[in-house]
Write a protein that binds this ligand. Structure first.
Ligand code: DMJ
Length: 656
């Protein structure tokens, strides 16, 4: 828009009209009074009203005199008037008539009072308004997620109570995880966080009354799945229900929780862990066997003799916390011994193969990826470090974990990150044949845990702003946070590119060396249709949590509102395509077609993780702050030693 220069001619001509002709002050006042509405009604005026008018006139005179002296330095007012899209400058002189005219105008709006903290004026008001709107919108969204959780729980309760999982289409339960009522234990802390006390009671009393007999009677379970879902769920329930603090503690709950005495959760956790310990003690190396027969308290390796790297390295948050609570170091020692052992093994730029042998203690095969069987190795390196780095006296030095993590992330950046074509999505590929093999542009949905992990590692759970203010972020941390945001976008686009708005289990990416035609996601309005390739075999969706998890962490850390919108879109897509009327939510067989064919399973992690993370995403960041709690890989929050966060700040103060 052009702003025209003001000339003396402009000044003259703008004021050379009857409306602004100079008049005597007396005339101005009487004319103003007589031309007002008051005059029209004067027939009915009494003496009192006339006196009031004279008082107003007197006041007007005083005001004009005062105003005139106060602003005499300003000789003109410049206004920009928008005429048909162009900006034109007009000027107004400051004669008495003009001043009086201003008096008769609506009283000027006073400038807003500055908020106590700042001088940002209108900006901060706008921000405040935005904030209010955001809080309202968020409450609505949180309620919707809590309703979804209740719907999922009700389906499970009606048709599958006590089973591991619900088959929502055939309306029955199935024990796919060893028969410990996995959905109940996985869901409990989500119900606590949402303040759904009736569900807390139902789940809590089942754990009190029924879980012991299951632990005694049931057969084979997988060490990793049972640890992250059941042991993790019990420990988190103990913590959130106030086991450690008598009260609900400092995790931000406003609800007084019902259910059994928290000590019950700890008792059950210890009973379970005592049975699982045999996986460590019966192995000839520090690498535990993958399967445990609870009833017999015996353990054995998987049929091929191998354990997954992610499985053996994702037990430490849980076992270590149990040692802290119980005072018995055996749990933490056994689990931490695995990581100490992994530290000694040769790696490729910090990257590790996805299998390991409990017999030899060495990695097996070459396959390197951050998807299935590799994922939470990288996640726990940094989370265990966060959990234990401030453990103080008696705690061992875990700085080696941070070093392993940093090296691994360098390896990821050097070897596994590429951009798709034509639109340049940043994705994480694989090295199926190891360091000497070629890059393969395949990314499991599971890899979408990585943005959250990178962000946590970069700021140690603080907001980016705070971490920057405290001088805690290195150049590498800043780079890693940027990478987190880039991969986050890719994960979001994996949803957005499909017809249903839900991500496939696996995506391939179009690169210079790799393309497969005719395998698009189906959403014609996505600009990434050609970048993301979805093979027929990979088109299912298991209600997985990783993208919701990273959205939650990235929103907490960057405070960027776009993550709220992305999360809301994803939640709505789950609502539209996976909700089962009779209760529960189903997995899907194909996310690229409408209506998507359904798969008869509601995974426990939909309640334990996906809905929990979405609920937390839309909520108050004082609930379960990320510098005080670390979420295990099944989204069960466990407390970080308070000293941990304090140490960061103290060492910074000492350094500066
Ligand atoms: C969960 O059991 C955990 O998040 C695990 O780390 C990976 N797989 C599922 C969810 O997808």
């Amino acid at each position: 828009m052009a702003v025209l220069p003001i000339t003396s001619h402009d000044l003259q001509s703008d004021y050379d009209n009857a409306k602004f002709r100079r008049r005597s002050l007396f005339k101005v006042i009487t004319q103003a009074v007589l031309t007002s509405n008051v005059r029209r009604n004067c027939g009915s005026c009494g003496v009192g009203k006339l006196l009031a008018l004279l008082m107003i006139a007197g006041l007007a005179f005083l005001t004009v005199a005062h105003t005139n002296s106060g602003i005499s330095a300003a000789s003109e007012i410049v206004q920009h008037i928008n005429v048909r899209g162009e900006e034109k400058v007009i000027t107004e002189g400051h004669g008495n008539a003009e001043l009086l005219k201003r008096f008769w105008r609506k009283p000027p709006r006073l400038p807003p009072r500055l908020p106590p903290r700042g001088k940002a004026g209108n900006n901060s008001l706008a921000a405040e308004a935005h904030n209010q709107q955001h809080i309202l919108g968020s409450a609505v969204r949180q309620n919707k997620v809590a309703e979804a959780f209740r719907h999922a729980w009700t389906g499970y309760k009606n048709y599958a109570m006590g089973s591991d999982e619900l088959m929502p289409l055939s309306k029955r339960g199935v024990d796919g995880l060893g028969g410990l009522g996995a959905t109940i234990v996985d869901s409990l802390d989500t119900a606590m966080i949402m303040g759904l006390n009736d569900i807390v009671q139902e789940a809590g009393y089942w754990i009190e009354k029924k879980l012991p007999e299951r632990l005694n009677e049931k057969g084979q379970v997988n060490l990793f799945e049972t640890t992250i879902r059941v042991l993790g769920g019990l420990l988190s329930a103990y913590c959130l229900s106030g086991g450690e603090n008598e009260t609900t503690g400092d995790w931000g709950s406003r609800t007084k929780l019902d259910g059994p005495n928290p000590a019950i959760y700890l008792e059950r956790a210890q009973d379970l862990a005592d049975r699982l310990m045999v996986a460590f003690t019966s192995s000839p190396t520090p690498i535990p066997y993958s399967d445990v027969i609870l009833q017999e308290r015996s353990a054995h390796p998987a049929p091929d003799g191998l354990s997954s790297t992610s499985e053996v390295s994702s037990l430490q948050l849980e076992f270590w916390y149990l040692s802290k609570l119980s005072g018995n170091p055996k749990y933490g020692d056994a689990a931490m011994h695995v990581l100490e052992h992994l530290k000694t093994l040769p790696k490729f730029e910090g990257l590790v193969p996805i299998y390991i042998s409990p017999h030899s203690g060495h990695f097996s095969g070459q396959n390197i990826r951050l998807g299935s069987r590799g994922d939470s190795y990288y996640e726990y390196l940094v989370k265990v470090w966060l959990q234990q780095r401030g453990a103080g006296h008696g705690g061992s030095d875990v700085s080696y974990l941070r070093e392993m993590y940093d090296e691994a992330i360098k390896g990821v950046k050097n070897r596994l990150i590429q951009k798709s074509i034509p639109k340049g999505l940043v994705f994480v590929g694989e090295l199926p044949a190891g360091k000497d093999g070629s890059f393969y542009p395949k990314m499991d949905h599971l890899v979408c845990f990585l943005p959250g992990t990178l962000a946590l590692g970069a700021t140690r759970g603080l907001t980016k702003q705070r971490a920057m203010e405290e001088g805690l972020m290195t150049i590498e941390d800043i780079e890693n946070l940027k990478l987190a945001e880039d991969i986050m976008k890719t994960c979001y686009e994996m949803y957005s590119v499909t017809t249903t708005g839900l991500a496939p289990e696996i995506a391939h990416f179009h690169t210079q060396k790799f393309y497969e035609d005719g395998l698009q996601g189906g959403n014609k309005s996505s600009e990434f249709l050609d970048d993301i390739i979805i093979r027929y075999a990979d088109r299912h969706n298991l209600l997985r949590p990783e993208t919701a998890e990273s959205l939650f962490v990235l929103h907490r850390i960057t405070q960027d509102p776009k993550y709220l919108e992305w999360g809301w879109q994803i939640f709505q897509a789950f609502e539209s395509h996976t909700k089962v009327d009779s209760g529960g939510y189903s997995s899907l067989n194909d996310v690229t077609v409408l209506p998507p064919p359904r798969r008869d399973k509601m995974e426990t992690f939909f309640l334990g993780e996906t809905l929990k993370y979405l609920y937390l995403l839309f909520g108050d960041s004082n609930v379960l702050p990320l510098d005080k709690f670390v979420f295990n890989t099944e989204a069960h929050p466990l407390p970080i030693s308070r000293k941990g966060a304090e140490n960061d700040l103290t060492s910074q103060t000492q350094a500066s």
